[in-house]
Design a binder for this molecule. Structure first.
Ligand code: COA
Length: 323
């Protein structure tokens, strides 16, 4: 092969490379192609390098930081099929690592540890393993069929008890924002976020731009501080929440984000999640992201997968990275 040359990414490279590369091989590849963009020093820090063969772009790689999960940098490399297997991705990766090391030394970024997302069994997964990125998290998208779970009965089964326990909350609610943020932090201990501000939680999961259009919470049964004979005045604490997002087609499963108060004991958390999921998936299918770290949700959904009452959509995603 003729000598290759390397240069920073320029506007228009995306069109040229898409033509050479063809359709993305995986969902993740399609997403990461969107991250290939002109290098910048902040908001976020990013370096993108293109490899050319006789003046024609054939491969590119990017490394970039994120404000949310600041302990690692995202990395992505793609090489045209007819140029694979010759060490081109390894060369781009070494250049990207050098850029990250220089930026860290200059104090622009705080880490050089890398992570990426791959689909098991692909060239990308083999390459990532080869360069020392180990599995951090496995993530599946699961569709839960209607009526997969038995509807919960609260207390004696009265309407009053049900309305005390299950409530609609506005997506702008402070109480909802708080529990959603702490849940997200808790299930991302493997790629820490640090404490999330209410504004960040709103922007990521709850404001109009996210498509969030409703939320339901399950509350603990209210307890009176004066004993069982005196009616309680306070609402019970939120135990679990579900946020639903606007869907495309009318009959498509509703996209939901289900979580719980992270301070609950595991069994309590699973019960709360199960009750809420039973309610929202009673008549209409829902689709949710199930990460390995979501222990309570797994306790509820994995038996449904085994029983054929829920199914995995597409293929699983592995987040692989350096520790
Ligand atoms: C993954 C990809 C970038 C590899 O490009 P490449 O130029 O062929 O990779 P290299 O020749 O530099 O290989 C580097 C190392 O990875 C290994 N590797 C690369 N592809 C592999 C495959 N399909 N199976 C097994 N090992 C593989 C090589 O054996 C090599 O290891 P070595 O140093 O022991 O020889 C390319 O297949 C691609 O563009 N895939 C689609 C995009 C993607 O999934 N990117 C991964 C996310 S970072």
């Amino acid at each position: 092969m003729a000598e290759l040359s390397y240069r920073p990414w320029r506007d228009g490279d995306d069109l040229a490379l898409n033509e050479i590369w063809g359709d993305p091989e995986t969902f993740q590849a399609g997403q990461f192609r969107g991250a290939l963009a002109v290098s910048q020093d902040a908001g976020p820090w990013r370096r993108t390098i293109v490899a050319e063969d006789q003046g024609i772009a054939v491969a590119a790689g990017v490394v970039y930081s994120t404000a949310l999960h600041a302990e690692r940098l995202w990395v992505y490399v793609e090489v045209a099929r007819d140029h694979r297997g010759t060490g081109l991705a390894a060369t781009l990766l070494a250049m990207l690592r050098a850029e990250a090391a220089a930026a860290k030394a200059a104090g622009t970024i705080g880490t050089t540890a890398l992570r990426t997302k791959v689909e098991p069994g692909t060239a990308g997964a083999a390459f990532a393993a080869r360069i020392g990125l180990a599995p951090l998290q496995r993530s599946r998208v699961v569709v839960v069929s209607p009526n997969a779970l038995r509807l919960p009965v609260f207390g004696e089964g009265t309407e009053a008890e049900a309305t005390e326990r299950v409530q609609d909350l506005a997506t702008g609610s402070v109480e909802l924002t708080d529990v959603v943020g702490r849940y997200y932090e808790a299930v991302h201990a493997w790629d820490p976020t640090g404490p999330l501000s209410p504004g960040t939680v709103q922007r990521l999961f709850l404001d109009d731009l996210t498509g969030a259009h409703g939320a339901i919470v399950l509350r603990a049964a209210p307890e009176s501080s004066f004993g069982a004979s005196v009616a309680p005045t306070k609402k019970g604490r939120v135990q679990a929440f579900v946020v639903s997002y606007t869907q495309g087609a009318q009959d498509a499963p509703t996209d939901v984000f289900v979580g719980h108060e992270p301070a609950l004991a595991p069994a309590e958390a699973a019960d709360a999640v199960r009750d809420l999921l039973a309610l929202i998936a009673h008549q209409h299918p829902v689709v949710l992201e199930l990460d390995e770290s979501m222990t309570a949700l797994r306790a509820v959904v994995e038996p449904l997968l085994e029983a054929g009452k829920a199914s995995v959509r597409g293929v699983e995603t592995l987040v692989v990275g350096e520790s």
